[in-house]
Design a protein around this ligand. Sequence first.
Ligand SMILES: Nc1ncnc2c1ncn2[C@@H]1O[C@H](COP(=O)(O)OP(=O)(O)O)[C@@H](O)[C@H]1O
Ligand SMILES: CC(C)(COP(=O)(O)O)[C@@H](O)C(=O)NCCC(=O)O
Ligand SMILES: [Mn+2]
Length: 864
Amino acid sequence: MAANNNSDPILDEGGEGGVKHEAVGEAGEGKGGGGAAATQAPAAMLPRSGSRPQLDLSGAAIHGNLEDRNPTILLPNQSDDISHLALDIGGSLIKLVYFSRHAEHSSEDKRKLSTKRRLGMLNGGRRSYPVLGGRLHFVKFETGKLNECLDFISSKQLHRGGVDSPSWRSGAQPDNIVIKATGGGAFKYADLFKERLGVSLEKEDEMDCLVAGANFLLKSIRHEAFTHMDGQKEYVQIDQNDLFPFLLVNVGSGVSIIKVDGHGKFQRVSGTNVGGGTYWGLGRLMTKCKSFDELLELSQRGDNSTIDMLVGDIYGGLDYSKIGLSASTIASSFGKTISDDKELSDYRPEDISLSLLRMISYNIGQISYLNALRYGLKRIFFGGFFIRGHAYTMDTISFAVNFWSKGEAKAMFLRHEGFLGALGAFMSYEKHGLDDLRIHHLVERFPMGAPYISWMEKFVQKGTQITAPVPVGFPVTTGMGGFERPTAKGDILRSDASAALNVGVLHLVPTLDVFPLLEDPKMYEPNTIDLDLNEYKYWFKILSDHLPDLVDKAVASEGGTDDAKRRGDAFAHAFSAHLARLMEEPAAYGKFGLANLLELREECLREFQFVDAYVSIKQRENEASLAVLPDLLMELDSMNEEARLLALIEGVLAANIFDWGSRACIDDFDMFKKRMLADKKGQPYKRALLFVDNSGADVVLGMIPLARELLRNGTEVVLVANSLPALNDVTANELPGIVAEAAKHCGILRKAAEAGGLIFDAMAGIQDDLKDEPVSVPLMVVENGCGSPCIDFRQVSSELAAAAKDADLLILEGMGRSLHTNLNARFKCDTLKLAMVKNQRLAEKLFNGNIYDCICKFEPVHLT
Ligand SMILES: Nc1ncnc2c1ncn2[C@@H]1O[C@H](COP(=O)(O)OP(=O)(O)O)[C@@H](O)[C@H]1O
Ligand SMILES: CC(C)(COP(=O)(O)O)[C@@H](O)C(=O)NCCC(=O)O
Ligand SMILES: [Mn+2]
């Protein structure tokens, strides 16, 4: 009986019950290292190019000030190709968007090529996707510190990538580099750019760019727009077919108000000179603050009633209810200062800042509402860096829009708030081929800015401080236009340098596709359970508790060197900071489910260059399982068909689900058996996709024997495995080696693996028992496009999407892929979901069951 041997401590609950599935531990003891080519070197190829760049660190050096929080690192020898820089130089801030694409990894292995050929993906060598993978970065500088921006561009050589001509690569200075730029500074500073960087700025109209940027974000980025009311952030999924018209309000230094009717179809209908520059300018004069953030921070401890004249001040403490004004409504911003015989210095800077913020935000909300009313628009999107992801600002604007429109119009905000113009300028490049980008091509990551080189210690020291969460005060409304001051005391704003912008790096992975067998991609939600605060707390604890063990494994996987230890520390800091940030604001990184949380951890490991924390554990368990495989196959072959199918499913589930005390909380085995045995009567499945999970017994003694049974029935089998390592999951890179080993013991597997291109060389020294076997259907391996223990079917590899075309059976195995995600997902073909519930809380919540219950959920398509 196969057991789910590898405890994956996260998908397991750990602790409780104490069952650690160690079935193969003993069997493996005697085997000794041995040369089984069970796993290949994990670093040989990381197929999901978008997930992590392959950096050439040789010759790396810090450029600029070592004390900087994010010093620029020069990597002179890395092959990443920076291309397409675009700028928005505004009255207050310079926004940069740049795209770095990495050189194509041409080392497609034989397995991939043969799979692609088989799946019809090699059509005359033409790429089926528009552009190379890469990443989109967002950076900003103060316009007053233009020199820092120029240094940044120059140190990263961002301006050179825009040229297609290879001349600069040979060291020659290109003479006519052109960079797209928008905002007033594109005019004002054109000469300086020419002088300092030798580049010409090609000016793009600011309004065109704002609209193009907003449309791009609303079309291509998941969870871009959100509402913010009474301290609650809620993401809004915009229906592409119902996007226009809307009002776009960009609150930069000044405010532009634009009615948008379509792509490139818009009209600037209004504006106001009372905007972000007004708040910052007046605030600086009146409070002596040194930075915008300091001013905003002050407001969080302010009480504006010492400065603003309230309705109650005029009406002797009473509401003016006849016209709907409560006593606490601001009647006149700064109105109290006229009657007082006070100097500026008699007022608290905190109170001044809050009065200013309320005055300006409220005014912007009101003017926006009036324009929405003027054109009959219901949706208003607010952009510009004045918003700065600040809860109180957003609440004030939302309150104004809601109050004046009596709930008819809705204020929405954008995560990439300040980058609309820069993104628009970026989109205006003709040749980047990104216009065609679809939502599934983009994966957003939230790196902590992992230092690759010597200042790791600095990061460890500063990591927590840099990224520590800071509570942001939530206001309380008082109804009737009244609005309380913020309740939080003594808070500081989250640093701008980390995740404060609420935007990550956008990874462009053109090889990703929507899984074609999803019944309804629009309605599909991968996560089974919503992560509310309680769920967060629970997972936060599990992930935190498990962190030291993971760090140990990760450090050991890199040879336990000092460097690995430092990186391990840094990883722990960074991941803890992510967790703390999410605990404080679960919606900080967009709508986040458990799948995203688990993936974040894997990404964080990768960011600190831990390629595969479980590599040796996986190898050991694979070898141990392969050693017992021949016995298992023999035992299976001695059974009749019915008993064998049961044993196979039990093998996958790694527990005796039917007679061992533990119940199957969902048990559709009989239904599945009926369908499978009916195969014999001439209708076998044509192609089955088996989504594998853990290394070791799980895949070797569970999924491979099941695959063999399907092959025996004449069903083509595609083993679908992770593109990148995650926990102890087997990867698509490792699987062919494992299959080849298994095939040494089995003619069916061997013929099928040969037919599927998994085994190329005639394997010498193996007894030839294949002479009488009929020609086999193929066994293939494809990567799923993920580096996570879960799977989001909206973003899978193009290989998998191609393999799915002829599939009529899906088998999803393991908690990550069939419980945490996809339990409720519906597909266009028969689906079998197999998992042991290794988590008490989940068992109770989902099935009213118990830890180690199993699910065997069969969803035949003809019944739905
Ligand atoms: N770090 C910052 N420095 C200066 N202003 C900031 C900062 N962060 C947010 N702001 C606010 O954002 C405004 C600038 O927004 P932005 O959209 O960049 O406009 P612009 O294009 O005019 O520079 C400033 O006037 C200020 O109110
Ligand atoms: C002149 C501007 C377009 C410049 O853009 P900004 O740098 O403020 O982002 C903007 O400041 C603005 O729209 N001001 C408002 C002018 C008015 O309509 O009253
Ligand atoms: Mn601007």
